[in-house]
Design a protein around this ligand. Structure first.
Ligand code: ADP
Length: 485
């Protein structure tokens, strides 16, 4: 035991004080004596004793209250309480407020020394443990801080924009790339502000609105200066959501160049094909042909027709991608649906299929290009009829939710293999399970997707092999705040 420990003896009784002093000094402790409140306060102000001994009455005050005051200032200070004859209540109260040990008359030197040594030992142990815990917690905090700093550095330096929102769509975090993308000044304080207030863009808002309906919603955000960002929205449980933004301006430019090239080639190929078809038609008129020659002529005609179909689709796609026919007006989705159903009636009848229609009453209007929207639905419906076997079911359902029309086209056809599903909206992609006899260019869904994109909507597929396919198209309604009016 290091006997340099300082012990403060706060007793008003002189005789008692001397007894404690003798005992402690003979055991080599340093002793400070206080018989009045002023002296006690001065000692506690100048030094921190290793143990305090307090009597039940001290300078006319309740010793227990004094204990409480000292523990308030020094919560781990060991305190021995002296009561002439400790009552059970005193004992209970002393333990309750945190006294280390209780001494009472008759006092024996060895009892005093035992109580002092035990209390100091316990306090030292507690001190050691506290220091170890503080060191451990500090180290793990430092590690967390380092990790957070690393995370911060990554967020600050990546090219992609990141915006984290809480459940009320208020900004929790926005990185410099996202600020730059939307022209938000570096020092502008935007934490905790609603995203719709800081970035009032309908396309961004529509993306967040669709979060629940679409598992991986994304939107292209086009700026007046030509930049295009691809924005992804993900729900983060217990936090809110995150929007990540990727600059795809360059990809869009390359894509445009490619489309222009395809458009030009398709256009130039159409004239010689028309000439081929014209001359082939003439062959029969200039003289008799054998059966075999007629068979050859028909094959040439069929081939030229399927190339012409392909070129037409390619040119359509080129037009849509180039943004031609993009003028929009207020259109009725119900009219578009009825138009498509009428024009496909015969095909449906020929395959003895059943079409169910589930439309809510009074679907609010869309803002779009009626011809293109019809083309979109014709293509989807055409595929449903084409791929669903005779006698199958096709269901067309519309729901209105969060300022958007959600159109679902379900069929009981063969389904699309999972490996094909991510690619079916790509140009020229045809599913691996399409039977040989079913014709197609692989451009239909690319056209559909371009039309949906041009209308600020989204499309995705859910399909189970052998069970059927559902295409979901989400289109914004023509509400003033969504069309930026
Ligand atoms: P295609 O000319 O081949 O029909 P699309 O672009 O319209 O081209 O469709 C791409 C592929 O998606 C198809 O080849 C087919 O594999 C698949 N597909 C599209 N719609 C359906 C459907 N309703 N049922 C099953 N498969 C479909």
């Amino acid at each position: 035991m290091p006997k340099s420990d300082l012990i403060l003896v706060a007793l008003s009784d002189d005789q008692l004080q001397r007894l404690f002093e003798r005992a402690l000094v003979s055991a080599s402790y340093k002793v400070a004596l206080a018989s009045e409140r002023v002296t006690l306060d001065r000692i506690l102000h100048e030094s921190i004793p290793d143990l305090v001994i307090i009597g039940e009455d001290f300078d006319g005050a309740d010793g227990m209250v004094l204990v409480e005051e000292i523990l308030e200032r020094f919560p781990t200070m060991p305190i021995l309480f002296y009561a002439m004859q400790a009552t059970p209540e005193q004992l209970k109260r002393a333990l309750h407020i945190g006294v280390s040990d209780l001494l009472s008359a008759p006092l024996k030197i060895e009892d005093i020394m035992k109580a002092v040594e035990n209390s100091i030992r316990r306090a030292n142990r507690l001190g050691d443990w506290t220091r170890r815990e503080v060191r451990r917690t500090t180290a793990s905090l430092q590690q967390r801080v380092n990790e957070l700093q690393k995370f911060d550095t990554i967020l600050n330096n990546i090219e992609d924009g990141v915006i984290i929102l809480d459940e009320q769509f208020k900004i929790l975090l926005i990185n410099p790339a996202a600020r730059r993308a939307f022209g938000i000044w570096k020092d502008e304080e935007i934490s905790n502000k609603p995203i719709a207030e800081v970035i009032p863009r309908p396309d961004l808002r529509a993306l967040a609105d669709s979060g629940g309906a679409n598992p991986f919603p994304h939107n292209e955000i086009t700026f007046e200066d030509g930049r295009v960002l691809s924005a992804q929205f993900v729900v983060i449980p217990q936090v809110g959501s995150a929007i990540t933004l990727q600059d795809i301006t360059y990809l869009k430019q390359v894509d445009r160049l490619k489309s222009e090239f395809i458009h030009m080639v398709s256009h130039d190929l159409r004239s010689p094909l028309t000439a081929i078809l014209g001359y082939v038609d003439l062959v029969e008129r200039v003289g008799p042909v054998t059966d075999q020659q007629r068979d050859f002529i028909e094959r040439v005609q069929q081939s030229v027709q399927s190339i012409t179909l392909l070129l037409n689709d390619l040119m359509e796609l080129g037009r849509i991608e180039a943004g031609l026919d993009s003028q929009k007006e207020v259109v009725s989705l119900e009219d578009i649906i009825r138009f498509t159903l009428e024009s496909t009636e015969l095909q449906v009848k020929n395959k003895q299929q059943v079409v169910d229609l589930e439309l809510p009453e009074n679907i609010p209007p869309l803002r779009g290009n009626a011809i293109r929207l019809r083309q979109m639905l014709d293509n989807l419906m055409g595929n449903a009829i084409k791929y669903t076997p005779d006698g199958g079911h096709i269901t067309l359902k519309v729901e209105v939710q969060n300022n958007q029309a959600i159109l679902r086209l379900h069929d009981t056809g063969p389904g699309i293999p999972p490996a094909d599903q991510p690619h079916i909206f790509e140009k020229f992609y045809r599913g691996s399970n399409v039977p040989r006899g079913i014709g197609g260019t692989g451009l239909g869904l690319a056209i559909v997707k371009s039309i949906v994109d041009n209308h600020g909507g989204r499309i995705w597929v859910d399909s189970v092999l052998g069970r059927g396919t559902t295409f979901t198209v989400v289109l914004p309604l023509a509400l003033p705040e969504l069309i930026g009016a």
